[in-house]
Design a binder for this molecule. Sequence first.
Ligand code: PRP
Ligand code: URA
Length: 215
Amino acid sequence: MPDFSSNKNITICDHPLIQHKITVLRDRSTGTAKFRKLTNEIAMLMGYEALRDLELEDTEVDGPVEKCISPRIKGKKQVIVPILRAGLGLTDGLLNLLPAAKVGHIGLYRDEETHTPHSYFCKLPGKLERRTIIICDPMLATGGSAIDAVNLIKERGGKRIKFMCIIAAPEGLENLSSAHPDLQIYVGHLDCELNADAYICPGLGDAGDRIFGTK
Ligand code: PRP
Ligand code: URA
């Protein structure tokens, strides 16, 4: 397994609450409703860490006791970009933290034979170059989908980009961080490897199917 500890742009979120919730997600007996609730809770906990570097600016507040100077988040609204479908499972959790954020959508699916991503949708807000952008997807397997999502955002001007996933395979993390060394990556758990079908082991199965109750 490669050692990612020296890469300052990679954060493995080892908080016990996140680890506990991931364990419940992995359990095959965890049903759709619980799975959805957990993915959103994990997104919120991971988002707290991923948004730690948001810039603040002082503003004057007219409080009930007296006026004071107090900080607010600076700049244009952030953008949350779920990779369809499974990234939708993290979106509400992030919107709990950033209720006014804009939401872009990138549609990608992996070819079952080649495991390479195919793009079918991309709708993003304007002025991306002035916004913090958080791409979310529960699974980083080969890294192909995440790499393409970052490419699409960069082609449209995005600069300050973060990627959040619940489970990553070492192969995917290596590929994504090499393709986009400037990307800040947040991982809930780094798993062991990919199997011959490019599924993460032990992973949690097909995240999209488990979130949407398909298959
Ligand atoms: C899954 C997952 C990621 C991608 C990861 O989506 O949600 O987007 O695979 O694999 P990669 O790192 O090898 O690209 P999938 O293509 O199954 O689509 P879905 O979300 O519509 O089920
Ligand atoms: N996509 C998933 O949903 N799960 C995996 O393990 C790999 C890709």
